[in-house]
Design a protein. Sequence first.
Length: 479
Amino acid sequence: MDQRKVFIDGEWLTPSGVDQIEVENPANEQVIATIPDCDAATAHIALTAAKKAQSDWAGRPAIERARVVHALAALVLENADSLAVSLVAEQGKPISQARGEVQAAANFLTYAAENARRIDGDILPSDNPDEEIVIRRVPRGVVVGLTAWNYPLALATRKLGPALVAGNSLVLMSHEITPLAGLNLAALAQQAGIPAGVFNVITGRGAVAGRALVESPLSDMVTMTGSTRAGREIFRSAADQLKVLSLELGGKAPFIVMEDADLDKAVEAAIIARFTNCGQVCTCNERMYLHQDIADLFMRKFLDRVLSLRIGDPMSDPDLGPKVSSVEIDKIEELISAAISAGAEPILRGGRLRDGDFTRGHWMSPSVLELHGNDNPIIRSEVFGPVVPFLRVSSFEDAVEKANDSDYGLSAYLFTQDIRRMMRVSRELNFAEIYFNRANGEQVQGYHAGWNQSGIGGEDGKYGFDGYLKKQTMYVNWS
């Protein structure tokens, strides 16, 4: 597979007249690949191939479509080592976390394939004699998949599996920072026997190729994981065609620890939920609300764990690898500076690393900030990096009020032994995904979605799968 090509209609093509993008290893800034910066014309070619192939694919029995997706899942596992190394090279996560992403990718495909026999419908009695009402679920058509750079392989399969099993075709635009995951997946899909045109992969920038995919009359649905800013742009671009959208966007997860919590368990979960993938997870612990009675003890334990985290070559499996790019570090440094200027107290002032083993690459050490009000700018913006702001709260009600004071509504955490709080939190916390006494990490049978500025639609489980189907009603009269 030539990385300078894209995968369209079952073939590896070199788009003519397009520029190239260099892909960089975030650990050492070495160029590891050159990919096409596809234009609107290339996007149109991919969509045309997908449109042509979709009808025949949808005509196959669902279980037959599922067998091909099962075969792809098996190939992902067979090639787990090489896929994990490729993820490390282009995205920077530690190797054990890259292996975890590969396993997650296979799980998404396998679960989707298992839904083949669960595409149900309804037969309803009619008010008319000799008549029935039949409601069936049918594919949406051509799906556009836009993925983020933080989990490029898992996010691609999260969309590909249900789209294909439901009978759709899919055009994936593999993110320009981490495009190799999508191209590697295309190569395996070809081996698995996915028919030409059913799965196509292009590369390039969202403002050009991505916009063309979204605005084209050939695409019927857009599923995207990324920033809230990008989600708004897609919403605007899709408006004229009234596209079906599923947007999983940014988060600002509150991490609430009450006075009766198991502190050791809460501390470990806070570490995992903040520093996995160098904090580049949409469900990350973005702001901690600690009950005033346990705040000091919690922070002593938490800081001990933070200071023990090892930063280094992701192939040596440290706790933190590099950030994905220098641009991302610049964003975080600006947020930290703005927070301190607004009154945040730096308990631990980390930041960009430049010396010794970190002379080359995009390295960042953790920062911990104590805030004295919920109006600090770092409470409002998604950090997406190894920075932890925290506030002391006086009660459960105080914590919930501060947690809800946000434009985001993706994930939230609560640590308490009080079952009454657990029952209350489901109706009082305005977040679509709540982790109670545990760290983050969705499961394929759940439902991953965001409220408010964190998105529309959702993924995973039976509800996510149903999003790739539309409903058709037929009035059957035999009089």
